[in-house]
Design a protein around this ligand. Structure first.
Ligand SMILES: Nc1ncnc2c1ncn2[C@@H]1O[C@H](COP(=O)(O)OP(=O)(O)OP(=O)(O)O)[C@@H](O)[C@H]1O
Ligand SMILES: [Mg+2]
Length: 336
């Protein structure tokens, strides 16, 4: 189970990914019981349904609302496993690379409260790297940069181990906030975070020349359908949006460049050749991998199906648990 700030993925052993949903729970105002989850909760949020409170249980990649997180994960575990839930399933999950021990414990406690038996949590960068198809046990250092909604998790990986890892508190939601503020300042239009995200996905690029419109009705994310009419209805001038996104991207690129500079010279030279796989939803922002390449000196390329990489990596680990040596923080997969 990949429990992300914006999206939850669940895969079952030998069964593929069975859940890809927004990490949202909707409650009726003043009531304890949830009324909707995932896509349905997102629709309620977008439509501003009266008397409904929509909660995102994670912030910056970590559990922020314990109760809502338990409710959400129980719902999707049950959906994925049905009666097999009674057996107290083993759940493999991932935590941000630099998550504190308190945050890591909270994730395991939430999963157990949601019905999991044993919980194994690996570092997110390792899972994302495997999901992106990197041979993580190769001796030459490779990098993975996972740009999620809440955080960017980046790591240099060699021989199944993270040699340098950072969790930067800049993810897709920071880009949405940058738009929200920029548009308020320029045009005095106050957008909701959901509307700001919609505009980001609509423009979809750091550069005006890259900002072509996707075909009408195209799906931008696994869970979210693009609707041009809504963007028009806001009456927002979109011309300056790429520049606003670019400024936020620069902040992220400079943090990553700092991480790369901290690597030993020999390793830095290696990653300048081996490159970095960019995963997470943010990888799909057109022009971002190129900007990261230019600023870090590490050639960055978007992975295939970037939003599913963490889940695909966890699935590969789950299917190889027997062959896997989880020696401290080292992961070696014998039969991948
Ligand atoms: N085409 C796109 N262009 C730009 N951003 C995108 C695109 N598609 C998705 N995103 C952004 O990616 C983010 C979701 O990515 P992802 O599902 O990887 O995050 P997450 O795993 O839930 O979060 P985290 O790993 O930080 O906890 C959202 O902020 C979304 O707006
Ligand atoms: Mg993620």
């Amino acid at each position: 189970m990949d429990v992300g700030t914006a999206n939850i993925h669940v895969a079952v052993k030998d069964g593929g990914i069975v859940v890809r949903e927004p990490a949202l729970v909707a409650y009726a105002s003043g009531k304890e019981a949830a009324v909707a989850f995932g896509t349905e909760a997102r629709q309620m949020l977008e439509q501003g349904v009266a008397n409904v409170r929509v909660v995102q249980p994670l912030r910056s990649g970590c559990i922020a609302d314990f109760g809502a997180a338990v409710t959400l994960l129980r719902h999707y575990l049950q959906k994925a496993l049905g009666r097999r839930m009674l057996l107290g399933p083993l759940v493999l999950t991932a935590h941000p690379t630099q998550a504190t021990p308190v945050a890591r414990r909270a994730l395991a406690q939430v999963l157990r409260a949601a019905g999991a038996g044993r919980v194994i949590a690996v570092q997110k960068s390792l899972a994302a790297a495997i999901g992106a198809g990197l041979a993580i046990d190769a001796p030459d250092t490779q990098m993975v940069i996972d740009i999620g909604a809440g955080v960017t998790d980046a790591a240099a990986i060699s021989m199944g181990m993270i040699t340098e890892g950072v969790t930067i508190p800049i993810g897709g939601q920071r880009f949405d906030e940058a738009l929200l503020r920029g548009i308020k300042r320029q045009q005095d239009i106050r957008l909701t975070p959901a509307a700001a995200e919609e505009i980001k996905l609509h423009v979809g690029a750091l550069d005006r020349s890259l900002a072509q419109q996707p075909p009408a009705g195209a799906t931008n994310t696994g869970s979210f359908t693009y609707k041009a009419d809504d963007v028009k209805a806001f009456g927002v001038q979109l011309d300056d949006v790429p520049a606003m996104l670019y400024n936020q991207a620069l902040l992220l690129a400079d943090e990553l460049a700092w991480t790369v500079e901290e690597l030993p010279a020999k390793v830095r030279a290696q990653v300048a050749t081996t490159g970095a796989a960019v995963t997470g939803g943010g990888a799909q922002l057109r022009g971002l991998p190129e900007l990261l390449s230019a600023r870090t000196g590490v050639p960055c390329a978007m992975a295939v199906d970037p939003m599913a990489c963490t889940m695909l990596g966890l699935q590969a680990v789950l299917n190889n648990l027997h062959a896997l040596s989880l020696d401290g923080r080292r992961m070696t997969l014998a039969n991948r």
